[in-house]
Design a protein around this ligand. Structure first.
Ligand SMILES: [Zn+2]
Length: 303
């Protein structure tokens, strides 16, 4: 057992003691069984050269270079293209059991992941907690597969969120992939996106046009909050460009596309609205303060 599981164990016990006020003797950090939704052999496991060339100074986003569906979405054979309106893809009670694979990440990298999770705790009603043996669904955060990717929404019997080390272990990337896992597609897939952005099809790399699909209203919704140029889920302006010219242009002046700093105000509002019923239900059963304390302590340990 490495340092991290020991710390998690300590924190889990303290956390459980505070939140559950119940027997804590059985709480321990356990490695989940292999996730049912891990990677799909249909998809290439090599990464485009552009992934290796990407740097923090690049205009576009790292997750646009992973080479999976729409850059970084892991889809599975026989699976309908369901989206955020499908309630079966949401995490019950807005609680997400997770396990960070200690084999794949350094202490500093685990710190980056924990801080991203901490942003959700701080700004949204979603609660992440350590995986336990009784959990039926969970996120296994790995770093040993190619690219940064996640499936969209909750998948039963475990799902991998992959953060290719060291490149994908960046705050904005982690926040982005977790938001996929919570149930969000990319912002420019919105039904009404053509009212907000112009897609320059002539500049798109041939064969990658599917990355600019949009979904109809039976699949996705903006929850009445509207289009968000500043979403952490928005492609950059030059995503999948064949010539360095823009592929997406905002129809309003002076807006930035494809920020990767973290959750936008509208990301937060939409997420809280998606999970409103669950959050309302569990808010009386758990103390947000205690969850927050748990994460602050953990972040301090790794910060
Ligand atoms: Zn993505």
């Amino acid at each position: 057992m490495g340092v991290f599981p020991v710390l998690i164990l300590i924190m889990s016990v303290q956390f459980s003691a505070k939140v559950q006020s119940a027997s804590i003797s059985s709480v321990k950090v356990v490695r989940p069984p292999p996730a049912k939704y891990a990677s799909n052999s249909k998809f290439p496991h090599f990464l485009p050269e552009s992934f290796e060339q990407w740097t923090d100074d690049s205009d576009d986003n790292l997750w646009e270079h992973t080479g999976y569906l729409e850059g970084d979405i892991m889809a599975y054979a026989g699976e309908d293209r369901n989206g955020i309106l499908n309630k079966t893809l949401r995490w019950p009670d807005a609680v997400v059991p997770f396990y960070i694979d200690e084999d794949d990440f350094s202490k500093d990298e685990i710190g980056v992941i924990m801080k991203a999770i901490g942003e959700y705790h701080e700004k949204t009603c979603i609660k992440f907690r350590s995986y336990t043996e009784s959990d039926k669904n969970w996120i296994h955060i790995k770093g040993d597969r190619s690219g940064c990717w996640s499936s969209v929404g909750m998948h039963k019997e475990g799902q991998v969120v992959n953060l290719h080390t060291p490149k994908c272990v960046r705050h904005g990337v982690v926040v982005h992939e977790l938001l996929h896992a919570l149930g969000f597609f990319h912002q420019q897939s919105a039904t009404n996106r053509d009212e907000y952005v112009k897609i320059h099809w002539d500049n798109i790399l041939p064969g990658t046009e599917h990355n600019f699909n949009k979904y109809n209203e039976t699949i996705v919704t903006s929850y009445g909050i509207g289009y968000d140029y500043g979403s952490v889920m928005h492609y950059s302006g030059k995503a999948f460009s064949k010539n360095g010219n823009p592929t997406i242009e905002a129809l309003q002046p002076d807006v930035e596309l494809g920020q990767r700093k973290g959750l936008s105000e509208r990301d937060i509002a939409k997420l809280n609205k998606m999970y409103r019923t669950s959050c309302d239900r569990n808010s009386s059963e758990s103390s947000e303060d205690n969850y927050d304390d748990f994460f602050k302590d953990l972040i301090n340990l790794f910060g």
